[in-house]
Design a protein. Sequence first.
Length: 364
Amino acid sequence: MKIDFANLRVAYDRHKEEFNKAIHDVISSASYIMGPEIQVFEDKLASYTGSSHALTCSSGTDALLLALMSLDIKNGDEVITSPFTFISTAETIALLGAKPVFVDIKEDTYNIDTKKIEDKITKKTKAIIGVSLFGQVADMNELNLIGEKYNISIIEDAAQSFGASYYDKKSCSISKLACTSFFPSKPLGCFGDGGAVFTNDETLHKKMASIRLHGQIKRYEHSLIGLGARMDTLQAAILNVKIDYYNNDIKNRQRVANKYTELLKNHIQTPVINQNKKSVWAQYSIQVKNRNLVQKKLSAKNIPTAIHYPKPLHLQKCFEYLEYKKGDFPISERVSNNIISLPMNPYISDDEINYIVKGLKVML
């Protein structure tokens, strides 16, 4: 048996005719940039999340940049976030000249430990980015309370959690700003790069819409320094098809996760989903000893795995100037040494899950 980690081809095959028609319609119209499919998708996003405004863009990274730029984050500012995340979260802070300030994660969910945040707040702190990792929303109520107490903007990095819920509210609707990614392997993925940023603040929405188009207020007149960060119409057309089936995809991701947990719970610590949260299971990640050996033996059985993430951000060379050192964030470091992600997508069969778990159990 050969296992596919993300099953992207199956995702296409399931709705091939609808995808092909949507792509053909865009090509036939020649409306490749900001065609009508963009507005249709933005309306669907706002409706799905319950957010007042959804703005599409070219990637999850640009979504973070748009959010930070709308808050006028600049040189000398500080933004608090997690060191256990994809680099975009902190990279965008640094790109604007601000300082990423890291706070360690919780042992169980791998999301930022809100109890450790207040000690890192200074007069320079302008925002906190809570990463909703692996499909589970961060502790947004606690983050919002901290934001209100210190007059700090809260951003949800929801690159992996679009569609997840938190106290019956959807990810991307719980904070001042939220950002997501539609990278192909994400729970809701397009056929290239894509992202979106969400807000209930009309002023911020208008500002980000201008920044997305080089700070333009009307053709060739620019009031802000901006980006070329538009989503192309083809990706919006594809996502307009996929989002209509997305709730069913989430149910199937939960089916896969539940099956993994049922088979593994007596052998290893399985992922923890907090009460009042519903994950979309971007990843099913566990910790193992001798990770390299486990990966090698699973690979020999045609079982692919991934590591999210092998080195926390505070130990990355590009952030040496922050002068963090090994041992500063022990939980993130320990998890990075042991974490491994098993195949996760809506199309994995029970037989495939049984095969994966059987191959894994002999090494636990």
